[in-house]
Design a protein around this ligand. Structure first.
Ligand code: GAR
Length: 218
């Protein structure tokens, strides 16, 4: 089976992008990262992608003012030029319109630094600490028009340690992100994930409930 052609969207340092690039170096991995798109021309991840020999495109959203459709039109044209099959959002800090998301339905993934549906939005680690959460983690999900709400493909949980700083917790979660994103993309690229009634089935089996996840003890 031919490998799926993947575009990774970033806005910053791109460590999740780098994890996907690393996984896809293995020729038996079912996807190849052929394009990295950033809405910020100064995103550090663009340099990492170029160093890895991957095509990059900066589509600066500030050039489009309030014209979200215009921005997405430019992005879509880039994706078509590169014959992209799947899109992975990896620290991409722009909301996409329902039109764009629907065009890519079940072909666009996002990683979020929390155990969704808990802590949607920004500052997830700070809010988890403030809430006294004992467990935290990361989620890969399909993107739907509503933010951080699509069907969950994979999650990874970590323990919150007593006295954790936001930075320490973020670093622990990030390690989990780098583990679960390549895994989730692999499952999708192998066409093993189906969405039924708003929930992902993997090889026909529902993804486990968040409550049943066991936190990595480290
Ligand atoms: C990651 O922690 C990712 O989960 C988060 O931004 C970080 C990007 O880091 N994404 C979101 O908060 C999306 N709402 P990276 O650029 O090193 O991958």
């Amino acid at each position: 089976m031919s490998r799926k052609r993947v575009a990774v969207f970033i806005s910053g340092r791109g460590s999740n992008m780098a994890a996907l690039i690393e996984a896809a170096k293995d020729k038996s991995y079912p996807a190849e990262i052929v394009l990295v798109v950033s809405n910020r021309p100064d995103a550090g991840g663009l340099l990492v992608a170029r160093a890895a020999g991957i095509a990059t495109e900066a589509v600066d959203h500030t050039n489009f003012g309030k014209d979200r459709a215009g921005f997405e039109h430019a992005v879509q044209a880039t994706l078509e030029r590169h014959r992209i099959d799947l899109v992975c959002l990896a620290g991409f800090m722009r909301l996409l319109t329902a039109d764009f998301v629907k065009k890519w339905q079940w072909r666009i993934l996002n990683i979020h630094p929390a155990l969704l549906p808990a802590f949607k939005g920004l500052d997830t680690h700070k809010r988890a600490l403030e809430a006294g959460a004992k467990r935290h983690g990361a989620t890969v999900h399909f993107v739907v028009p509503e933010m951080d709400s699509g069907p969950i493909i994979a999650q990874g949980a970590v323990a919150v340690h007593p006295g954790d700083s936001e930075e320490a917790l973020a670093a622990r979660v990030l390690k989990t992100e780098h583990r679960i994103y390549p895994l989730a993309l692999k499952l999708v690229a192998e066409s093993r994930v189906r969405v039924v009634d708003g929930r992902c089935l993997i090889d026909g089996v529902p993804v486990p409930d968040t409550e049943s996840l066991v936190a990595d003890p480290t």
